[in-house]
Design a protein around this ligand. Sequence first.
Ligand code: PMV
Length: 307
Amino acid sequence: MRASAPGKVILLGEHAVVYGRPAIAVPVSQVRASASIVPAPPGAGLTIVALDLERSLHLGEAALDDPLAVVAFQTLAHLGLQDLDGVLTVTSAIPIGGGMGSGAAVSAAVVRALAGFVGADLPLQEVSDLVYEVEKLHHGTPSGIDNTVVVYERPVYFVRGQPLATFGVGRPLPLLIADSGIPSSTRAVVGAVRRRWEADPLRYDALFDRIGERAVAARDAIEGGDAGNLGRLMDQNHQLLQEIGVSMPALDRLVEAALAAGALGAKLSGAGGGGSVIALVEAGTGAAVEAALRAAGAVQVLHTVVA
Ligand code: PMV
């Protein structure tokens, strides 16, 4: 039994989405987390092997706050089981701490592999809800956007607590995703923003409103195939993220390099404080923008198309 889930990027609206404003995220299907499971002898219990992290754990002895153990515990409980005899192997090509939803994708792959192993066909929303429970460990106060986009694997217009809304893409939008190589802790950055919001709610709510307005306008631009306008909205969103204090010089350099090389728009994506920058390009400019991103310090550049 083998299962997987994609990475993701947030096009617009990160952070504000935690406070109820809309955000837009898209799956990145080229990079995935995978989980496969084979039977183990009766009574052996469940062993989880995380190849990239070079660790393995036995569910019966795992720490109760270990994210891999938590996702397994929660899934088994959801399936009405206490344990099962198997060896579950997890791998991921999604950069860890790269703002691309690696934690949510790993969890989704594990849920699917375990469910598939016992012959259960879980609805997407149940998989998403299980992953959300684990996201709480990673994030503290997750909006739910990561689990939603990696489980449904389609572009989402997301408002916390509201049913999933998808939208059409008027024309394919080529996007570059540049990994700054600086790991970011979503929990730490989200916590820092919360403290600033608590200290000055009027200022931060106004910034979140302006970010949310850009997400609404961006959905119209994407549906209408207006890449130029989408690029401008991304630029404005990056400036607002700077104002809420989650960018940093290394990310600003990547954004500036992409724009100077002809990108239609560029911004940090995800929590910030490291992680990734995304750049909207036109078919002919991708190579030049990629070269500029690498020269400005990107350790990896992925090409994807929002379609
Ligand atoms: O850094 P990532 O990819 O986990 O994205 C975090 C997105 C935030 O809006 C900052 C937090 C959230 O829960 O939505």
